[in-house]
Design a protein around this ligand. Structure first.
Ligand code: ADP
Ligand code: ADP
Ligand code: MG
Length: 635
C-alpha cells in the first residue's frame, strides 16, 4: 500500500540523525528530532525542523523509550520513524509499536528482525537456506556439562558468543578446555548485563579472519538486490575501525558466491529495507568460494553504509524512504554498478595512548582543512566546534568518507585528509587512524581482524616528532607575531659564539616545557596545522595527532604538570569502587578508584607518591566532571 511520507522522526542522535535529515531536506520531507537532557543543544536538534525532549540522559530513560518516542511523533504529526543504528533499531517490539500506531517504519518487517536477531536462530535459517555456516554449538541446553561436550566436538580454539550479542560484546576466545568454565562465566555475565539474555553459543575460531559483509535491500514487492560488499577487517576488539568497499583482492567468482548467498538469505526471511549480511572469511588464504561463512545479519542501516553509497552512487536513506512508502527498489540488480573504491574512518573521541579511554566535554576545534565536496570527500558528523560530547553515549562522533578511482587513490586521499583532521579539547583517534591507514598491511590489503591487536603499541603511540613539530609551529607563530605575546613568555637568550636564541615556555596537552624557538621543525614530521584559539591557546595538528598548545602562566601550570595532589573525575560517571584508604601510602600510578563512564571502566590513579589525606567518593556515587574524589599529601 503506497503511503506518502511527509514528516520523518528520527529516533536517534549524533551523526546518523544528522545524515538522515540531510536526505530528508533534499527530498522536501519535514524532520523531527528527539533528544535527551544531555542533547538539548546537540547538532541533530539544531538541524531538525522540530525537536521534542523525550527524557533524561541515560538511554533507557530517553532514546530507548517507545512511549516517549511515539508521543513525540503524535505531537508533531510525524508520519514515519527512522531508528538509525543502535538504540531501538533492531528491536522488533518497537517496530511493531510504530506500525501499530499507523506510522511508516524505516526498517525491515518485525518478523525479519525477530528471525535474524538471535545469532543461533539466524544461523539455523542460513543453514536451511544453503548458506555456509561455521561448525558450532547452537543448542538450547546451557549447562556446563553439555557445553563442555559441545566444545570438544567443535574443537579448540573456539569462540563463545552471546546469542543476543552485538557491537562485539559477549564474545570470548577459548584456547583450551581448562579455560572454558571461566570464559563462559565472564561471557554470560557480560551478555546478561548488556543484552538481558545470558544464553551463549559456541563457534569454531578462524585464526586469521577477515570480515566481509554484503549490503542487501528488499522492497514490499518481493524484490531483493545486493549493493556489493564491504571489507571491515580493520577492527579493534571486534569493533570496526576503518571500512572499505569493495573488498581488496575480491575475485568476481567469490563476489558472486557471497552476494548470491546474502540475497538468498534475505529472501528466506522476507527481508525488506536495508540489511547487511556479515561473513567471516579465512584470511590465511586467497579469497575462494569455500573460505567464507555466515556470521550474522544486521537488520538496519549500518554505520559504514556510506562506502557503499560512494561506490554505487546511491542514497540508501532515500531507498529506505521509497521502500517504506511501498515503492519499488529504484534500481534493478543489473543496473547497480560498482565505481571506484571508498573508505570510511570512524572518528572517535577516545585516547589510543590511554587504552582508548573515551573523553567527554567541550570540543574546542573540530573540522577538516578543506571543504568536503560530497564526491571524493564526505564528512558525516554529529558535532561541531563548540559542541559538548556527553558522557552518556558512545564516543563515535563523526565519519570521514573518501572515494577515488582506485584503492590507491582513495587510500592516499584518506591519509592526506586524516593528517589534517583537527579534533581538539577532547581526545581523538585521528592519528591512530592515519597510522593504521599508512601501514604496509593496510596499504596492501593483507591486514586481518587481529592485526591491530598484534601491533597496538606502535599504532597507539603518538610519535614524539609530532609533538615537537606542534610546539615548533606555535613557537614560529609567536615569533612572527610577538605583539600577541606577553613579554614574560619570550626569553632573550645569549650564548657565547652563537646567535642569540629564545626559549618559549609552552605546554602540549598540559605538559609544560621550555621550547627552543629557533630550532628547525623535524623534517620527517608532516606539516603542522595551527588554529589560534586565543587567548594563549592553539590547536595544532601534526600527522593527525592534535595537541592543545598553551602558553602557561608559569608557576601554577608548571606545578600541575608535575601531577598535583588531587584526583578528579575526568568526566561525569558512576564510582564503581574506591580502593584508596585514608592514611595509606600510595605510589604514583597506583589505582585509587574506578569510575564507570561512556560504557567503560576507568582507573583513576595517584598523580604522585604520597599519603591519602581524604576520600570524597564512595562506590555507587554519581559524580560530575572535575569533582575531587581523592586528596593526597606529600610524605
Ligand atoms: P555496524 O555493524 O553498523 O558497524 P556496530 O556493531 O558498530 O555497527 O554497532 C553500531 C552501534 O550499535 C554501536 O553504537 C553499538 O554499540 C550498537 N549496537 C550494535 N549492536 C547492538 C545490540 N545488539 N544492542 C545494543 N547496541 C548495539
Ligand atoms: P557482533 O554482533 O558483536 O558484531 P559478530 O558475530 O558479528 O558479533 O562478530 C564480531 C566480530 O568478531 C567479527 O567481525 C569478527 O571480527 C570476529 N569473529 C566473529 N566470529 C568469529 C570466528 N568464528 N572466528 C574468528 N573471529 C570471529
Ligand atoms: Mg557483527
Amino acid at each position: 500500500m503506497p503511503v506518502q511520507i511527509t514528516k520523518l522522526l528520527v529516533a536517534n542522535r549524533g551523526e546518523i540523525a544528522v545524515r538522515i535529515f540531510r536526505t530528508c531536506r533534499r527530498l522536501g520531507i519535514a524532520t523531527v528530532a528527539v533528544y535527551s537532557d544531555a542533547d538539548r543543544a546537540a547538532m541533530h536538534v539544531r538541524e531538525a525542523d522540530e525537536a521534542v525532549h523525550i527524557g533524561a540522559a541515560p538511554a533507557a530513560e530517553s532514546y530507548l523509550r517507545t512511549d516517549a518516542i511515539l508521543a513525540a511523533a503524535a505531537e508533531t504529526g510525524a508520519d514515519a520513524i527512522h531508528p538509525g543504528y543502535g538504540f531501538l533499531s533492531e528491536n522488533a517490539a518497537f517496530a511493531e509499536a510504530v506500525l501499530a500506531a499507523g506510522l511508516a517504519w524505516l526498517g525491515p518487517p518485525p518478523a525479519a528482525i525477530r528471525s535474524m536477531g538471535p545469532k543461533d536462530e539466524a544461523k539455523r535459517i542460513a543453514e536451511e537456506a544453503g548458506v555456509p555456516v561455521l561448525p558450532g554449538y547452537r543448542g538450547e541446553a546451557q549447562d556446563i556439562g553439555t557445553l563442555t561436550k559441545a566444545a570438544e566436538n567443535v574443537g579448540y580454539p573456539l569462540l563463545i558468543k552471546a546469542v543476543a550479542g552485538g557491537g562485539g560484546r559477549g564474545i570470548r576466545q577459548v584456547s583450551r578446555a581448562a579455560d572454558l568454565q571461566a570464559e563462559l562465566t565472564s561471557a554470560v555475565r557480560e551478555a546478561e548485563s548488556s543484552f538481558g539474555d545470558g544464553r551463549v553459543m559456541l563457534e569454531k575460531l578462524i585464526e586469521r579472519p577477515r570480515h566481509i559483509e554484503v549490503q542487501v535491500f528488499g522492497d514490499q514487492h518481493g524484490n531483493v538486490v545486493h549493493l556489493f560488499e564491504r571489507d571491515c577487517s580493520l577492527q579493534r576488539r571486534r569493533q570496526k575501525v576503518i571500512e572499505e568497499a569493495p573488498a581488496p583482492g575480491m575475485p568476481d567468482a567469490v563476489r558472486k558466491a557471497m552476494t548470491d548467498a546474502a540475497v538468498k538469505l534475505a529472501k528466506a526471511v522476507g527481508y525488506q529495507g536495508a540489511g547487511t549480511v556479515e561473513f567471516i572469511v579465512d584470511g590465511s588464504k586467497p579469497l575462494g568460494p569455500d573460505t567464507f561463512w555466515f556470521l550474522e545479519m544486521n537488520t538496519r542501516l549500518q554505520v559504514e553504509h556510506p562506502v557503499t553509497e560512494a561506490i554505487t552512487g546511491t542514497d540508501l536513506v532515500e531507498w529506505q524512504l521509497i521502500v517504506a512508502s511501498g515503492g519499488k527498489l529504484p534500481l534493478k540488480q543489473k543496473d547497480i554498478k560498482l565505481t571506484g573504491h571508498a573508505f570510511e574512518a570512524r572518528i572517535c573521541a577516545e585516547d589510543p595512548a590511554e587504552g582508548f579511554r573515551p573523553g567527554a566535554g567541550l570540543i574546542l576545534e573540530f573540522g577538516l582543512l578543506e571543504e568536503p565536496d560530497g564526491e571524493t570527500l564526505r564528512w558525516d558528523s554529529g558535532f561541531d566546534s563548540g559542541d559538548r560530547i556527553p558522557s552518556s553515549y558512545d564516543s563515535m562522533i563523526a565519519k570521514l568518507i573518501v572515494h577515488g578511482e582506485t584503492r590507491e587513490a582513495a587510500l592516499q586521499r584518506l591519509t592526506d585528509v586524516l593528517a589534517h583532521t583537527q579534533l581538539c579539547g577532547v581526545p581523538a583517534n585521528t592519528g591512530f587512524l592515519r597510522r593504521c591507514a599508512l601501514s604496509g598491511e593496510f596499504q596492501s590489503g593483507t591486514h586481518h581482524v587481529n592485526w591491530i591487536g598484534e601491533n597496538l603499541d606502535a599504532l597507539a603511540a603518538v610519535p614524539e616528532i609530532h609533538r615537537t613539530a606542534a610546539l615548533g609551529a606555535v613557537a614560529a607563530v609567536l615569533l612572527d607575531d610577538e605583539g600577541a605575546v606577553s613579554p614574560w613568555d619570550l626569553h632573550d637568550g645569549f650564548r657565547l659564539n652563537a646567535a642569540p636564541r629564545r626559549a618559549i615556555q609552552l605546554a602540549a596537552d598540559g605538559a609544560a616545557q621550555l621550547f627552543d624557538a629557533g630550532q628547525p621543525l623535524p623534517e620527517e614530521a608532516p606539516f603542522p596545522l595551527v588554529t589560534d584559539l586565543s587567548p594563549r591557546r592553539f590547536a595544532v595538528t601534526c600527522g593527525g595527532d592534535t595537541f592543545l598548545v598553551t602558553i602557561p602562566e608559569f608557576s601554577a601550570d608548571a606545578d600541575a604538570a608535575l601531577g598535583g595532589n588531587v584526583v578528579k573525575a575526568p568526566m561525569p560517571g558512576k564510582v564503581l569502587s574506591v580502593l584508596a584508604k585514608a592514611g595509606a601510602q600510595v605510589t604514583r600510578g597506583e589505582t585509587l578508584a574506578v569510575l564507570e563512564a561512556m560504557k567503560m571502566e576507568h582507573a583513576l590513579t595517584a598523580p604522585r607518591d604520597g599519603v591519602i589525606e581524604a576520600i570524597h567518593a564512595s562506590a555507587g556515587q554519581q559524580v560530575a566532571e572535575g569533582d575531587v574524589l581523592v586528596m593526597l599529601v606529600e610524605e
